[in-house]
Design a binder for this molecule. Structure first.
Ligand code: FES
Ligand SMILES: [Fe+2]
Length: 383
């Protein structure tokens, strides 16, 4: 699966022909979901947050990954740490706030006041005597691995993860013209959805549904313009042409802002769609970047966080607000159109009468995604 040549997606595509979808149980079975947590979410590099969300030492954000909770914070040296949110004394969750600032630059357990530094080291344990089977050094908070790519903070909960550059090979050097580390969040919307996390990735990577589900999107970017490359590894994506000259994905199809950073040439007329397996959808436009952060909450439940990134100068410009809002409105509308069909698919695939579906020639990326899931789980192709 490493054919780097661009291929038209809007035509019948022999690679996908004859392939069947995953059996319905892959969207409902609690055992398979637990396996996905173990073999995918606790193992792969996954998106955690934007670096800008924890700008100063002591700032933090907590995230949930299956049964695990992490505290993402910036230590005194300015580096980002991902600490397991569990006290070494008797296992109490340390921090229940979604975000904030550790004003004392320490993390204190609410139970018996054991206190940790921002680097996770235990610095205070009332009435505990070192040397009696206890040493502070052994009681540091465990850490997850952290990698910052273009201002996106990724973590891996694995003890020895694959190199980030290997898992994300297709992203290396990609999109550098967007200068994404310097973009800032203009808006964030959380969608709570009753569907399996994989349905969101699948929905994102085919435009077979676009003419019926997204009339306006189909006007701005004809679904037959979609092209993609099969990239090695877990990142799969492509782009679609924007019909209107210097247009974008907004309610009227006009740009929301000047081109971002060094975006030029063909990229001024393209919107890219990259699913960064397993929990991120990255959509660079000429003038802004949209991304989704998918948080699974169970086999049939997710939180899907959608963010709009713009140049900070645009965000602070009073006159630019209407155009920013137009990009937000367009994608909020389009998102909700997608969520509706994803939730209906979640219900339908539970039927005893649904065994496996049939992919069209336009859904080849979904075949690749399914293979990635099966490979990660170590399951044979159910065919
Ligand atoms: S459980 Fe945290 S200090 Fe006791
Ligand atoms: Fe869609």
């Amino acid at each position: 699966m490493s054919d780097q040549s661009f291929k038209k997606r809007g035509v019948d595509y022999p690679f996908a022909r004859g392939h069947r979808t995953l059996p319905g149980k892959y969207y409902h079975d609690a055992g398979i979901y637990d396996e996905e947590l173990e073999k995918i979410f606790y193992k792969f590099w996954i998106l955690a947050c934007r670096a800008e969300e924890i700008p100063e030492p002591g700032d933090f954000k907590t995230i949930q990954v299956g049964d695990e909770s992490l505290i993402l914070t910036r230590n005194s040296g300015g580096n980002i740490e991902a600490l397991f949110n569990v006290c070494s004394h008797r296992g109490t969750q340390l921090c229940v706030e979604p975000k904030g600032t550790f004003k004392t630059k320490t993390i204190q357990c609410p139970y018996h006041a054991w206190t940790y530094g921002l680097d996770g080291k235990l610095i205070g344990a009332p009435l505990m005597n070192e040397g009696e089977g206890f040493s502070k050094e052994d009681c540091a908070l465990p850490k997850a691995h952290v990698h910052n790519w273009e201002g996106f903070v990724f973590v891996s909960l694995a003890e020895e993860p694959e190199l980030f550059e290997v898992q994300m090979e297709a992203l290396m050097g990609k999109f550098s013209e967007w200068g994404m580390a310097d973009l800032r969040i203009a808006r964030h919307i959380e969608y709570k959805l009753d569907c399996n996390w994989k349905l969101i990735l699948q929905n994102y990577q085919e435009c077979y549904h676009c003419p019926g589900v997204h009339p306006l999107l189909s006007e701005l970017t004809p679904f037959q313009s979609a092209q993609h490359d099969f990239s090695k590894g877990a990142v799969i994506g492509g782009f679609m042409d924007i019909t209107k000259e210097r247009g974008s994905m907004t309610m009227d199809g006009e740009a929301a802002a000047p081109p971002v950073c060094d975006v030029a040439g063909d990229d001024l007329q393209r919107v890219y769609y990259y699913s960064v397996f397993p929990n991120m959808l990255l959509t660079p436009h000429p003038d802004f970047v949209l991304f989704h952060h998918i948080v699974p909450k169970g086999p049939g439940s997710i939180s899907n966080h959608c963010y709009w990134l713009f140049d900070p100068k645009v965000i602070s410009d009073e006159k630019a607000q209407e155009r920013i809002q137009s990009a937000i409105d367009f994608w909020d509308m389009t998102n909700r159109q997608d969520w509706q069909v994803c939730e209906q698919m979640q219900v339908g695939t539970k039927s005893k009468r649904f065994t496996r579906g049939y992919y069209s020639g336009q859904e080849d990326i979904l075949v690749a995604l399914d293979k990635e899931v099966l490979k990660a789980l170590g399951h044979d192709d159910p065919k």
